[in-house]
Design a protein around this ligand. Sequence first.
Ligand code: SF4
Ligand code: SF4
Length: 426
Amino acid sequence: MPEVYNWQLGRKMLYPYEERHPRWQFAFVFNTNRCIGCQTCSMACKSTWTFSKGQEYMWWNNVESKPYGGYPQFWDVKLLRMLDDVHQRANVEPSWDVAKRDGKERPYVTFEGLTIFEAARKRYGPEGHQPALGYLPTDAEWRAPNIYEDTSTGYKGGAFGLSTTGESLPEHKTWFFHLQRICNHCTYPGCLAACPRKAIYKRPEDGIVLIDQERCRGYKMCVEGCPYKKSMFRSTTRVSEKCVACYPRIEGRDPLSDGVPMETRCMTACVGKIRLQGLVRIAEDGSWAEDRYNPLYYLIKVDRVALPLYPQFGTEPNGFYIPPRWVPRPYLRQMFGPGVDEAIEKYVAPSRELLAVLQLFRTTQKIIFRYEIREGAKVYETTINGKPWAMYNDTIIGYDKAGREVVRVTVEEPVYERPAQHPNSI
Ligand code: SF4
Ligand code: SF4
């Protein structure tokens, strides 16, 4: 099996195909701290792509309440258990080697454990081993997009593999949080690896992963092989479907686009202003080309405040999350990897640049390719975690692919007073 480099694991790993990389990669950042679980994003996607017969159960975008919610139910816990089983049998203790941390290439240290591709080779079924360790959810597991909605846990540990080491202040004793999920348009997709028909492909122009509906024969191997369970089978057409990243909008073919790339429907509909999506430039060797003032490059590679979801699965997902501050750290480290503590520390007391970049979330439908910050006056001072912290009313300007200004916002939200017209005017 060929070896490919996975920067999120800080090492090479086995994958069924040789490395090949797109010129640009579809990527996004979700700020879990701000999500209100309103499901506007889920409805925006559903009303665009999955409103037809045979798609009733499909939610290409879903928002689940963690730790108990999941679509399909317990998708992550089930796969983590399978992985744990293989690790135990192979006598491997999965861990992250902190000593091997090294800048951009190994930002989250090195993962010493088995990915879904490597674990699959150690687990033989009746037909040999799978290309990617996975399972097929039952119909019942797909039936509720957010079962256990807003159900909190006291974090006593035990069930479903939650850590029993407890939490310390300032984390809450009782917690839940919303986890927003779409297809991660992975660099090394499990769905693509698992497809025996070679019906799944990654577009060279933007890294979007699509299923060729003509080639697909509905074997559901992609449903089994996607660790995030974002490939879905449609009973009316007998083929599989998945999130298409609203590719006509990414291509700049939306009537409102002025010919430049626009964000997907789920991103632009977000009420909580938690989503920022874009395209990052990929170098010849597959690494992210240095692009200091691309907001995604800054959040993920420079400030490292946004982290991949279950990087240990090994697909190199291109969706990144700012982890919730109030959730016990062992749970978050299992979900987002070893970068959690640094990310939360940075988010709680944001640098001047981070605070400005966070203002870009949901200010325009156009994809922002570059930002620029104009410095403003100091407007607030306080102490955070015993250290002095100041807020400046900086202005951030975002530019589209053509270099045109598409947004200009300040850190402090301006207040507009309308003249009173009636006694009860507000
Ligand atoms: S999230 Fe799943 S469906 Fe999407 S590219 Fe990755 S493996 Fe494929
Ligand atoms: S629209 Fe935004 S705030 Fe509402 S559930 Fe979706 S991600 Fe969360």
